[in-house]
Ligand binder design. Structure first.
Ligand code: GCB
Length: 620
């Protein structure tokens, strides 16, 4: 943290006072919230994309002070402290003899951040309600510097306060957000208070019914991030669509004047580009280079330097191209088959959150022979995505548009677009991310069709360099023919289909006889799977036995069908590991969805080998 001499601090305070006096008429208009609203951004040049809050990109390269660690907490199951009655957010202590407040923080109840609250204290296991988190910190901010508090994710809704003043709220459990603290910092101690609520909501994304554990709390890293007055907010340094050597990107500089000089360098390739910001703070970046292209076989990353007069950031970025040609997916111009696996962000019966967690999970995927991981059913933490970049694992990343979304809700479209922008904004420079998933198992109807086709367009505006997909419900059977009739197919680049023939749906014909009707686009089987409890053995044709033999046979049969689909471009078994789900109430399930190829402890079921052989030996 910056420690400054007092005289400098006083000069700064004086200047600030003068600035505040000048700004008074404007400030008087700002009611209630004193924090600066998030900068509104255009996500891509030159497209007229929507607007969204824009957390700083590339946190690892910034001057940061981590707020991870123990936070004091107050458990508030009925969210009684959020209104004016208890007003926990005012964070008061009694000062007169007659005063008292029905809340208080001390060090006897604390929780680790990052981490879900449900698994850290027994009494919080089933909590779907509110927890107040409090952290005190001191920060000496130098003259001309800015400070932000950045949250990697808080499930589901967060209201953030500093020293009793509201900074703002954020909805959505899996994407980053931030608030500026610059003008609100106090000398000495500052108190950050976060009200996190994980109620399942009818208008939520996901909505009220979902097949995973609703881990609540400050589940991801929290950082104070310091920047200069004018700072690099975000950038996209990516190959132009359909090009293997031309970069067409942009850098967004916030808080500065137009025509600022921006430099982008790739020292290894002797690239040195100088460009200028426009009136909106965007500088376009174009150059050609002979890249060693990123691929799962060769996940080459280049050190990129982005700088202005005030700031210099470095980041490792891979360059690769993704495209669709007819029903093929092309990586760097060559046809690609995705040997995938689905993954939940869970490990050791808790929400995964660290790089070490990510490493354990992705290593398992690699041992299976996968080159592709579908991050179900929400954006996973940034550590994992960055690691996938280095390991050479392609990713499908999706927003939690899961069964039961209320597309009729008036605020829904804006919510979906914001979530999508937050996900894309965080990971737009990650070579690993190949597909943006916009939905999983939503039933066609006019409202949903309109909403999701608009969302697909929004994804393309936000990021023209990746492919847009969604996981659709299983096709219908007519005699031997399977037809994917969902109108959303028209809006997607790659069509994901979840099918559970042989588990939820009986096989209407023998797998070899099933004929999939082509629809002119690449097909991924984005889910297929059956349950088995690890170590449980029995007949391979009795589903209710929950045994490994049944699960293995399920996959053998499935592969007999899948091998016969000419336009199949990838398979993604459901799921890598057993995961917690309160809707799984059979004694053999015991609160776990048991469709894992591995148990929750990483033990290999028989089905693991079936998929591994298919991936490794068949050399697809
Ligand atoms: C699905 C869902 C997934 C479930 C899975 C299951 O279709 O997309 O979230 O967990 O089926 O096991 O039922």
């Amino acid at each position: 943290m910056a420690i400054r001499a007092d005289s400098k601090k006083m000069r700064f305070a004086r200047r600030l006072a003068i600035a505040l006096l000048t700004l008074q008429p404007l400030l008087a208009k700002a009611q209630g919230y004193t924090a600066r609203p998030q900068e509104r951004v255009r996500e891509a040049l030159p497209a007229a994309a929507g607007v969204a809050s824009a957390p700083l990109t590339n946190l690892p390269a910034r001057k940061r002070h981590s707020l991870n660690g123990k936070w004091q907490v107050l458990v508030d199951p009925y969210a009684s402290g959020i209104g004016d009655w208890k007003a926990v957010w005012k964070d008061r202590t009694a000062e007169s003899k007659t005063e008292f407040y029905e809340y208080g923080f001390d060090d006897t109840i604390t929780l680790d951040v990052p981490g879900d609250f449900n698994t850290q204290r027994r009494d919080l296991t089933w909590l779907e309600g509110s927890v107040w988190y409090r952290k005190a910190f001191r920060y000496e901010l130098g003259e001309g510097r800015r400070l932000f508090v950045h949250f990697g994710g808080a499930n589901y809704r967060a209201d953030v306060f500093l020293n009793g003043k509201k900074l703002g709220s954020h909805e959505g459990g899996f994407t980053p957000f931030q608030f500026e603290l610059t003008d609100l910092l106090q000398d000495g101690e500052n108190r950050l208070l976060v009200h996190v609520n994980n109620d399942r909501r009818k208008d939520g994304v996901p909505a009220q019914g979902f097949d995973w554990f609703n881990y609540g709390g400050l589940t991801r890293d929290v950082d104070l991030v310091e920047t200069p007055r004018s700072y690099i907010q975000d950038y996209s340094i990516q190959l132009a669509p359909d090009s293997l050597q031309h970069v067409d990107g942009w850098v967004k500089v916030a808080g500065g004047t137009p025509r600022q000089q921006v430099t982008v360098r790739v020292p290894e390739l002797k690239v040195d580009v100088r460009t200028q910001t426009d009136a909106d703070g965007y500088a376009r970046v174009r150059f050609d280079a002979q890249f060693a292209l990123w691929s799962p076989e060769q996940p080459k990353l280049y050190r990129i330097e982005v700088s202005t007069r005030d700031e210099a950031l470095e980041e490792d970025i891979g360059f690769r191209s993704l495209a669709v040609r007819g029903d093929e997916i092309l990586l760097n111009g060559k046809p690609l088959f995705l040997r995938g696996v689905n993954l939940h962000e869970e490990i050791d019966g808790r929400r995964a959150h660290s790089e070490a967690d990510a490493k354990r999970l992705l290593e398992q995927a690699r041992q299976l022979g996968a080159n592709f991981v579908r991050l179900a059913h929400y954006p996973h933490n940034e550590h994992l995505v960055r690691l996938a970049d280095r390991m050479g694992l392609l990713l499908w990343q999706e927003i939690p548009v899961y069964q039961g979304i209320d597309f009729a809700d008036a605020g829904m479209q804006a919510k979906l677009e914001t979530m999508l922008a937050e996900m894309v904004g965080r990971d737009r420079n990650r070579a690993a991310v190949a597909l943006w998933g916009i939905a999983n198992e939503t039933s066609p109807n006019p409202q949903r069709d309109t909403a999701l086709s608009a969302l697909a367009q929004h994804a393309r505006r936000l990021d023209p360099t990746r492919l847009v997909s969604a996981a659709l419900y299983a096709p219908g059977f007519d005699a031997h023919t399977l037809t994917v009739a969902d109108p959303l197919v028209a809006s997607l680049d790659v069509v994901g289909v979840n099918e559970y023939f042989g588990w939820y749906t009986p096989w209407p014909v023998e797998p070899e006889q099933a004929v999939w009707k082509p629809f002119g686009k690449p097909l991924l089987i984005s889910e297929f799977g059956a349950e088995a409890r690890y170590g449980n053995h029995g007949a391979d044709d009795v589903a209710s036995g929950w045994n490994e033999e049944f699960q293995a046979e399920f996959y053998r049969k499935q592969l007999r069908m899948l091998e016969r689909i000419p336009f199949l471009r990838g398979v993604v078994p459901w799921v890598l590991m057993d995961f917690r789900s309160p809707v799984r109430i059979h004694p053999f399930q015991a609160g776990y969805n048991r469709k894992g190829l591995l148990s929750e402890r990483g033990e290999r079921k028989l089905a693991w080998q079936i998929i591994r052989d298919y991936y490794v030996e068949a050399k697809l």
